[in-house]
Design a protein around this ligand. Structure first.
Ligand code: GLV
Length: 285
């Protein structure tokens, strides 16, 4: 799919799948998504590693990658909009109890629950970057109280911006719905843990659409089961597909989707990959 899309938009550029016969010396740019570790070290003339998604964590996890090369990621309006739509769908499903009503229906159980309105909730977004800021703006448009936590202060209309470690507790204490959109780094690995959950208001709901590595799974289950958290909606997992014996599968307060919150659209993303390729070669497309 990617190969076809690249070939059709850059007819003068040779594009190979790593599985097909090609001269490794010829390759200057690699477009990757969870590539086999070590594969990139076979390319002596590589000048750039491009992720076909928003995340680049899987590239850094490859210890044998050629080091000191530029690494690029996708920053795409459509990807950000898709992500925002998914998170908003998850928030509404939670607010209106759609998951629970579905379970009640299966059990023929007529049981109205507490009514929730948009204005009742503050949504906190961990990470106010390319994805988080689009979500924050959309939430404000819907009438949510939106706030975000990031490394640097962000100016987004109607969104309260918290920064640094020292403001994290204040941010968490008022986030009734917490959305994780952080990049996965050594500093953020396991950030969704007991210490953090404890600082959230009673009944807070977790949405993780970033990486499975952000969550300490056992801590999440413990804090849902002890009632401090009301549940979670998860799109990403430490291991994907999630192993069939993982307790998340059967937890009635954990809703899961198969890493599908947003998917890079080739039509939208290919032009920026090609543009980067031309930049790398120092030629104007
Ligand atoms: C998806 O997970 C991405 O990083 O684009």
């Amino acid at each position: 799919m990617w190969q076809q899309a690249l070939k059709s938009k850059a007819k003068d550029v040779a594009v190979y799948s790593y599985l097909e016969e090609h001269s490794k010396d010829e390759i200057t740019m690699a477009l990757v998504w969870k590539h086999p570790k070590g594969e990139l070290s076979k390319y002596p003339n590589l000048k750039c590693i491009a992720s076909s998604g928003a995340g680049v964590d899987f590239i850094f996890e490859d210890e044998n990658r050629p080091k000191n090369l530029p690494i690029t990621r996708v920053v795409d309006v459509m990807l950000a909009k898709d992500m925002s739509e998914h998170v908003i769908a998850a928030i509404f499903s939670y607010l209106k109890n759609l998951g629970q009503y579905r379970i009640d229906q299966v059990n023929k159980n007529w049981k109205p629950k507490d009514y929730h309105r948009i204005s009742d909730f503050t949504v906190g977004i961990l990470g106010l970057g390319a994805l988080g800021s689009v979500l924050a703006n959309d939430l404000v448009r819907f009438g949510f109280h939106a706030q975000g936590w990031s490394n640097s202060k962000k100016r987004l209309e109607g969104v309260t911006s918290f920064v640094d470690e020292e403001q994290l507790s204040d941010f968490l204490s008022t986030s009734e719905i917490l959305v994780c959109l952080l990049p996965l780094t050594d500093a953020t690995f396991g950030i969704l843990n007991v210490e953090l959950f404890r600082k959230l208001p009673q009944g807070a709901y977790i949405i993780n659409v970033a990486r499975g590595g952000h969550v300490v799974d056992a801590d999440l289950i413990e804090y849902i089961d002890n009632g401090h958290l009301s549940g979670a909606c998860l799109d990403v997992f430490h291991q994907e597909p999630l192993p069939i014996d993982h307790p998340f599968w059967e937890h009635d307060k954990i809703h899961m989707t198969p890493h599908y919150a947003s998917v890079s659209d080739t039509n939208s993303v290919v032009p920026q990959i090609i543009e980067n390729y031309h930049r790398l070669r120092g030629v104007r497309p």
